[in-house]
Design a protein around this ligand. Sequence first.
Ligand code: GDP
Ligand code: MN
Length: 391
Amino acid sequence: MKLHEYQAKEFFKRFGIPVPEGKVTRSGDEALAAARELKGPPWVVKAQVHAGGRGKGGGVKVAGSIEDVKEAASAILGTPLVTKQTGPDGRKVHQVLVEEGVQIDREFYLAVVIDRAKAMPVVIFSQAGGMEIEEVAVRTPELVLRQFVDPVAGWMSYQARTLAYGLDPLPDSDTLKDIMAVMGKLYRAFVSLDCSLAEINPLVITEQGKVIAVDAKINIDDNALPRQKELRAFDDPKEKDPLDVKAEQYNLNYIRLSGNIGAMVNGAGLAMATMDVIKLAGAEPANFLDVGGGASEEMVTRGLEIILEDENVKAILINIFGGILRCDVLARGVLAAAEKTAIRVPLIVRLEGTNVEEGRKILQESKLKFMVAKDMAEAAAMVTEQVKKSA
Ligand code: GDP
Ligand code: MN
């Protein structure tokens, strides 16, 4: 789960990390009112979307007057923001953060993530801040410094010194202390909030010599949400694909893809294999959908509804190997979906496993139009043929 910058900055404040004063707003007039209460000029107006690279995409604007704040906010709120991370259609902006502008002297990168290979948190620090760390890592890897953290011992002050004394030129000792303090605080936030990422890019030294987090990014490990109850309220469904939101609601593992064959499968391995045979038959899957081993009739119904709501879908392949999910349960789920939403595209069904006879019978005795495939290869060939016919 991702937090917005303004939400992440609220948490930074709680953990003692300095951030600019600011207010989140939803209109040009609200932005103007916010600017009146904040110190400026300059003010900074920042699009709040779950995507990075906003600066380059025009989602971060420095305003020299109150009127400019209103204009910048109205412009950002009115047009989809396209950045390297949003895709070509961009992202609609529902909120902008208005902040007191900061005079930047130097920009650093600071982040905590989990290094999966080492199974440890790692603190990453670079004096090449403000730009994408991936690019820095490719072009000047010597500027990306790392300290792995023993999760039992925690963050050690010698590690902060190792990173901070890597700076060239070296800031004065008070500034160095402030930078090292932010490292410790960010690590504490990372652990306390069960983050998968806590990032400050840029962490700046201002012309006045203050250390301050100009940007903030926090991603929470979804597996920790049951114990991070407060954080769940920060979830923003507007930032997500509506089909993803629905899938999440019903505990379905769904990923939308760019093809036109909707596939409903039980088990992640079978789902992957089904995508492979679809590709092998010369077509492209529209989704990955694993209804799960223990799917209920309702989950099957919802899964099929999600597939049908995707306008790109031109044919559907249901590939079920009945185990814990019995074929009769699957069949009833499919019929329930068909009752609510007309199945407007060809449907190919391949069933095997527990209660397969009963499942087939339920489908055959219904009014549902569908084709039966005897195995996976035939199923993929049939569904591909249907898609080609409709094209
Ligand atoms: P991102 O592009 O989505 O990562 O958004 P950031 O919050 O990092 O903003 C992009 C860039 O805008 C930063 O790297 C800064 O260089 C600049 N910026 C952001 N806030 C301020 C500010 O208060 N003053 C100045 N001078 N520049 C800012
Ligand atoms: Mn940034």
